[in-house]
Design a protein around this ligand. Structure first.
Ligand SMILES: [Zn+2]
Length: 226
C-alpha cells in the first residue's frame, strides 16, 4: 500500500503562521516525518511525501504526483487558524476534512482518524467536515485533511510547537489508518546467533598486536577488542 503524506504549505509560504510566529509548515512537516516513521512499522507500507523542505511545492504538483504514483491514500496535515491570524482567539480543537461529495471510504477513514486524534490529544472534537479543498478535489484516491489545532489559540499554539504533541498527532493518525486498513506490525526479525572465533587472549597489548599481525599476514581479518 502506497501512502502519500502531504505537509501543508512550505517553509516560505507567506502568512500561515501562528500568532506567536511559528510557521505552520514547521508543525505540518514534523508530524509528517513522525507519521512516516510510525507507518513504516506496518507491513507492506511505502510512504511518499508531497511536500519538500527545500521549496514550496504548488498544490497541483502535489496532487499530480499523488495521481501519477497511483498512491492508495493521500493524507494532508495542517494546523488551523481563525480570524486574520494576527490575534489570539478562542476557536479551538481538531477537525478532519473530506471532499464535499463525502466519498464513503474517505469519510469512514476520517471518522476513525478524527476519533483517535481527539482521544490522544484530548482537544475539542470539531468533527469530520466537508470542504472543496484543492488537494481533496484533485486527488483520485482516498484523501483526507487533518487540522490538528489552532495556531490562533494561545494554548494550542504552544501545543503545536511541542514535540510531544506532534508525536501524539502522528501516532493518532497512524492508529486511525491502521484500524481502517487493518494494518499489521512488521514482525521484528528473530536474532540469529552469531558464532565468533577467538584465537587468543592476552594481558599485554603487544602480544595481542603480534598475533593480530600474524593472522593478517595469513590473510585473516583480525581486530583487537578489550
Ligand atoms: Zn494549512
Amino acid at each position: 500500500m502506497k501512502i502519500m503524506i502531504d505537509a501543508g504549505h512550505g517553509v516560505d509560504t507567506p502568512g500561515k503562521r501562528a500568532v506567536d510566529g511559528m510557521k505552520e509548515y514547521e508543525f505540518n512537516s514534523a508530524v509528517a516525518h513522525k507519521l512516516k516513521e510510525f507507518l513504516l512499522m506496518f507491513k507492506g507500507i511505502s510512504v511518499l511525501y508531497a511536500h519538500s523542505d527545500s521549496e514550496d511545492v504548488p498544490l497541483h504538483v502535489r496532487t499530480n504526483s499523488a495521481n501519477l504514483h497511483d498512491v492508495d491514500l493521500f493524507i494532508s496535515i495542517h494546523a488551523n487558524a481563525h480570524g486574520d491570524g494576527k490575534d489570539w482567539t478562542s476557536a479551538e480543537g481538531i477537525e478532519t476534512f473530506v471532499y464535499q461529495s463525502k466519498p464513503k471510504a474517505a469519510t469512514e477513514l476520517a471518522t476513525l482518524v478524527q476519533a483517535e486524534l481527539v482521544k490522544k490529544t484530548k482537544r475539542k472534537d470539531r468533527g469530520v467536515k466537508t470542504a472543496k479543498f484543492y488537494v481533496l478535489e484533485k486527488t483520485k484516491m482516498t484523501a483526507i485533511l487533518c487540522e490538528c489545532g489552532f495556531m490562533t489559540n494561545k494554548q494550542e499554539a504552544a501545543l503545536l510547537r511541542s514535540d510531544d504533541y506532534r508525536t501524539l498527532c502522528a501516532k493518532a493518525i497512524a492508529s486511525g489508518l491502521s484500524s481502517y486498513y487493518n494494518l499489521s506490525k512488521v514482525k521484528p526479525t528473530p536474532s540469529t546467533p552469531i558464532y565468533k572465533v577467538q584465537v587468543g587472549a592476552f594481558s599485554h597489548k603487544q602480544n595481542a598486536t603480534k598475533l593480530a599481525k600474524e593472522l593478517k599476514n595469513k590473510g585473516y581479518h583480525a581486530i583487537i577488542v578489550k
